[in-house]
Design a protein around this ligand. Structure first.
Ligand SMILES: CCCc1ccc(-c2ccc(S(=O)(=O)CCO)cc2)cc1[C@H]1C[C@H]1c1ccccn1
Length: 240
């Protein structure tokens, strides 16, 4: 797939998003505001507007037991599971298979009153990134979603406003080796999840309305997704 015309952008954006995802909120540029916290899940945002439009960067940090980063990324990436955990998506279509680990999606989101309905056109790339620092460091799996403009699929021609997103789901897996060389079980697994997103809603919507939608929807979204993965994996062999 390295011959595909989108590949240079896919490579650049993915590596850039991994860099940002690895920055802790403490040592990132700009002030991150903790806007939601539930158990191990902490959600931060920076309030930013472009032309009066809310494009608040979001960074969520979560720790879940019993699954690997590979499993979390697989359930996030693979379109066959999408409608089972994504409550705000009406339809999702794979327009092109760029590679086994890279798909082009057209997604129509449910209308979230009072904002108008949105659609999103983006590539989605899943990648295993061995931790460069030290070989026995936690291995990292990521899924990066990034909007693209395609002349044949112009924005804002139908009922939907085209939103623009850059999303990165980064997962680090930690195995707590069981005593006396016993077989690793799901109880020995901890997955540290970092979810970053920057969404340009595409058309103007009142900032207070959008911020209320995100404040309500993002915690629901991440909790629902991670609970779905834990539930799907619990009686299956571990995918490292
Ligand atoms: C006015 C537009 C608001 C709005 C912007 C953005 C998104 C959105 C798109 C994609 C992704 S994803 O992580 O790439 C998973 C693939 O589906 C997450 C969120 C959804 C909404 C709408 C549906 C609301 C929402 C907001 C936040 C989380 C989930 N849903």
């Amino acid at each position: 797939h390295h011959g595909h015309h989108m590949w240079p952008e896919i490579e650049r954006v993915t590596m850039e998003q991994i860099h940002y995802a690895r920055l802790s909120v403490e040592d990132s540029v700009g002030v991150w505001q903790l806007f939601a916290e539930e158990g191990e899940m902490k959600m931060y945002r920076r309030e930013e507007e472009v032309n009066g439009m809310v494009i608040d960067p979001l960074k969520a940090c979560h720790v879940v037991k019993g699954v690997t980063g590979h499993e979390v990324c697989e359930y996030f990436f693979n379109p066959q599971y999408r409608l089972e955990w994504e409550a705000t998506v009406e339809t999702t279509t794979v327009l092109e298979k760029i590679a086994d680990d890279t798909l082009l999606f057209l997604q129509v989101h449910k209308r979230i009153w009072p904002a108008s309905q949105r659609d999103a056109l983006f590539w989605s790339h899943m990648r295993h990134v061995p931790d460069d620092k030290d070989q026995d460091g936690p291995d990292i799996w990521v899924v990066c979603n990034n909007s693209v403009d395609i002349p044949d699929l112009p924005a804002n021609t139908g009922k939907c406003v085209r939103l623009y997103l850059t999303v990165c789901l980064m997962c680090q897996t930690f195995v707590d080796p069981p005593k006396d060389g016993a077989k690793v079980t799901r109880n020995d697994l901890t997955c540290k999840i970092t979810y970053c997103s920057v969404v340009n809603p595409g058309g103007w919507a009142p900032p207070a309305v959008l911020r209320a939608v995100y404040k309500r929807e993002y915690p629901k979204f991440l909790k629902r997704f991670t609970n779905y993965v834990i539930d799907q994996c619990q009686d299956k062999p571990i995918l490292f």
